[in-house]
Design a binder for this molecule. Structure first.
Ligand code: GLU
Length: 446
């Protein structure tokens, strides 16, 4: 069976981390199967959909490395929806309804007050031709409902949740089209999934009830329903549904120095029984994606965990992959020496500044003699292996200094700062010449 998945965001806002996860899983699943991954912009809400949001969605997917094999916009497909709508209407599966919002509210309240589920009572189906004509003559324009077949089971074997079934009698006939002719989400999505040959729909479990209803639409339209995977939603680290997650998107992650591969590594595995492995290998992520291993409990998204995964991604990044983002002159050897100490690529600039200098002079008068001695020692030690330990061990033996009194003046003289990168990693990059010069200057003896 050839696999086609789709990611179907509404361009009414920016993608958040939950959307990125859905997009990633659809992409990984398609790539693992050698199938196709499509982008569908669900822009039937003309008032809230914008070109800018659509552009931002494409840019975010691009940044994440989620390339798509085709793109459609629902706003281009009105003629197809219209044709299929007419077929369903001719077949008696779509009917006009005339209640306004207030009437529907009242019906719901009455049912709820009697302890009954607020299912639409199909009053519109009982209207006579004369009553309908009368409503229309008074200028009441109908909206349109899809008529559920109460005898057709709504059941499927969900790739995450296992066997699912709903009783159609417990569901209202869904409104598929508004009185002004605009479309609601449910029907166009099914028409598109059929037309685009979608084989697998991967989405959040907030769509489970929609799926039950959409299954009847697939069969009413003579289509084959795709397989469905409904994933438990993301929660924040604190375990509660968090508002914050809705505001975490690519802009935030970029700002925080998070690499797309860190997001992918984490989002591919949280909520599953598999460990998160920080990897640059998308094919491995794809091969390891198994819906059967997703749990029913919400997946916890923890920014601290993301930061830790990110550091382990940064440690794997090749020089070519980051060269454009490094300070000018920073070469492969410097990147490889500094890389193990970084949490983000941007931090490399700090290190490089300290290596290159100039560094501000920051010396305590009381340390001058010690630093002059350090300069002489630095000129004499072997620089080929671990000069920091060679230098500090020699000075420990030759002076009575130890601990902070030993290390801090050296750090200040060599880097101009009291805190910073690991000196053992830094000193080989500063190199003999610059180190001796900085120490000698601090020692006041050049
Ligand atoms: N536009 C819908 C959403 O973002 C798509 C849902 C679907 O995957 O069918 O919720």
């Amino acid at each position: 069976m050839s696999v086609t998945t789709r990611f179907a965001p509404s361009p009414t806002g920016l993608l958040h981390v939950g959307n990125l996860r859905t997009a990633l899983h659809n992409w990984l699943f398609a790539r693992a199967a050698g199938g196709r991954f499509l982008l569908r912009l669900d822009d039937t809400d003309r008032a809230r959909s914008t070109v800018e949001f659509a552009d931002a969605i494409r840019a975010d997917l691009g940044w994440m490395g989620l390339d798509w094999d085709g793109e459609t916009r629902q706003s281009d497909r009105g003629a197809l929806y219209e044709a299929r709508f007419e077929e369903l209407r001719a077949a008696g599966r779509i009917y006009p309804a005339y209640e306004d919002g207030r009437e529907l509210d009242l019906k719901r309240k009455v049912l709820l007050g009697r302890g009954l589920p607020p299912v639409y009572d199909r009053a519109a189906l009982r209207l006579t031709d004369a009553e309908r004509a009368d409503l229309e003559a008074r200028g009441v324009r109908p909206h349109w409902r899809f008529k559920l077949d109460h005898d057709e089971p709504m059941a499927w074997d969900d790739l995450v949740r296992g066997p699912q079934s709903f009783d159609p009698r417990t569901q209202s006939d869904p409104v598929v089209r508004r009185a002004d002719g605009s479309w609601l989400y449910m029907l166009p999505s099914v028409i598109d999934d059929i037309d685009m040959g979608v084989s697998h729909v991967v989405r959040g479990e907030d769509h489970v009830t929609n799926t039950a209803i959409q299954l009847q639409m697939f069969s009413a339209l003579g289509g084959t329903a795709p397989r469905f995977a409904h994933e438990a939603l993301l929660t924040g680290a604190e375990g509660k549904l968090s508002k914050r997650l809705g505001s975490l998107g690519v802009a935030h992650f970029r700002e925080a120095g998070i690499e797309p591969e860190a997001i992918a590594s984490l989002l591919a595995r949280i909520g599953t029984s598999d460990p998160v492995v920080p990897t640059l290998d998308r094919a491995a992520l794809a091969a390891g994606l198994d819906f059967a291993r997703f749990g029913r409990a919400p997946a916890r998204f923890d920014e601290a965990e993301l930061a830790a995964v990110n550091a382990r991604i940064v440690h794997q990044l090749a020089y070519e992959a980051v060269a454009r983002r490094l300070p000018p002159g920073m070469d492969q050897a410097a990147w490889e020496a500094i890389r193990p100490n970084l949490a983000t690529v941007a931090e490399a600039a700090d290190w490089w500044q300290v290596v290159q200098g100039p560094v501000p002079s920051a010396v305590d008068e009381a340390d001058r003699a010690f630093l002059a001695e350090a300069a002489a020692t630095a000129a004499a030690i072997n620089w080929s292996a671990d000069p920091w330990h060679a230098l500090t061990n020699a000075l420990k033996g030759a002076t009575d200094r130890k601990g902070k009194a030993l290390f801090l003046p050296l750090r200040l003289a060599l880097t101009g700062r009291a805190h910073g990168p690991d000196m053992a990693a830094l000193l080989p990059l500063i190199g003999r010449e610059r180190a001796v010069e900085r120490l000698a200057k601090a020692g006041g003896s050049h």
